[in-house]
Design a protein. Sequence first.
Length: 197
Amino acid sequence: MTEIHTHRAGDDHAADNDVVALLMRQHGDIRNLFDEVEQSTGDRRKDAFRRLVRLLAVHETAEEEVVHPFARRSLPGGEQVVEDRLAEERAAKEALSALDDMDIDDPKFLPRLLALREDVQAHARAEERYEFTHIRRSTDAAKLALMAKGVKAAEAMAPTRPHPGVESAAANVALGPVAALMDRTKDAVRKAMGHDG
């Protein structure tokens, strides 16, 4: 039993220092939050949707600051790979913004959420295939750890579990404050990675 626990703790530590493992875990968290929004109603759906919006915002910001610059520089055809991912991200942000303006009880909300989910999952698969695989193959442990540090700084900006009183108060916040969150996330990522603005 102790061996299993030690092994798992080692895995957690390795994941903390591996940007790809962190981002893959976030992809799982995003899938889980889509499930939670889809399967809940009323205030629970509002809270889950708010957490989903926040996680998507900081996740995409972290990728824009950490993954995409690396992919542009080091991937064969990296410029086009990144442009394709950025186009997908822009479309998802527009869809997310439209959803954020809707009442969660609107009959159009769930079909639009499900369409966004399909797009987000296709985007995640493309990242995993075209960017993450290359990062893992071509980057040393020190660079993986530095990139992970940037992603962890972003992740701290949007916890996936609600804090009492915080999410319900934020439930009606429009995407405008999310844009401010993205700016704060960029600053946190750059600071964590030793870049000034």
